[in-house]
Design a protein around this ligand. Structure first.
Ligand code: TMP
Length: 229
């Protein structure tokens, strides 16, 4: 559980799962329901974090060792938690974050092959032990997710550009984490229509946030298509 009275809800998953769109839709629907919400992302979220994000994701620069990548991700996270996330949680705000510590375990641990033991110690150091109240895994097969990313060419970053085996290890790591702790994760099939994904997100969030009427207006206004079998 997080510190203070707020809630920390994080979106996780492989590339091309539509996390950013769904995080923004969730934040809007929670605000419509009267909650105070902070929508943020990793790496990033603070001026320093956004600078570090640029260093991490640019494709035209330099080679980067996996350990340097892990430490830069964690440096951005330390700043993010101290400057933004922890104060918001203590003020009772619902923090919706696009990626958090589990991305480091999946990408730098399973993907790059770094020691999970070290990564866990660094995460504790960076976050002071803050844990999400809910992790939403927007799952999509690697071939579909990467194709979506390449279709929007300008958004393909240094990490997106890694090979498919790397992305498969990342996806499998997310799925394994979710399977090992089903009370902390909700796995959502992101091949569905975006409105159905949003509906699944709201249903999962109802378990951690008072959601008397979340999304009801939106759903009435734009009826989502029928679920695929
Ligand atoms: P995205 O959030 O737009 O997908 O871009 C962030 C990229 O950074 C994505 O490829 C995943 C990667 N990443 C890590 O490798 N480790 C991390 O800890 C985080 C937060 C992101």
């Amino acid at each position: 559980m997080t510190s203070g009275s707020g809630r920390l809800i994080v979106f996780e998953g492989p590339e091309g799962g539509g996390k950013s769109l769904q995080a923004s839709r969730l934040a809007d629907s929670l605000r419509d329901d009267g909650h105070e919400v902070l929508l943020t992302r990793e790496p990033g979220g603070t001026p320093l974090g956004e600078e570090i994000r640029t260093l991490l994701l640019r494709r035209d620069g330099y080679t980067m060792l996996p350990v340097a990548e892990a430490l830069l991700m964690s440096a951005a996270r330390a700043q993010h938690v101290a400057a933004l996330i922890r104060p918001a949680l203590e003020a009772g705000v619902i923090v919706v974050c696009d990626r958090f510590i589990d991305s480091t375990y999946a990408y730098q641990g399973a993907g790059r092959g770094l020691s999970m033991r070290y990564l866990q110690v660094i995460q504790d150091f960076a976050t002071g032990g803050i844990e999400p109240d809910l992790r939403l895994l927007l799952d999509v097969p690697v071939s579909i997710g990467l194709a979506r990313r390449w279709a929007e060419r300008q958004s393909v970053n240094r990490i997106d550009a890694a090979d498919a085996e790397f992305h498969e290890r990342v996806r499998q790591a997310f799925l394994a984490s979710a399977a090992a702790a089903p009370d902390r994760w909700a796995v959502i099939d992101s091949r569905q229509h975006v409105d159905l994904v949003a509906q699944d997100v709201r249903a999962a969030v109802a378990g951690v946030v008072q959601t008397s009427a979340i999304g009801s207006r939106t759903e009435e206004a734009t009826a989502p298509p029928d679920r695929q079998p």
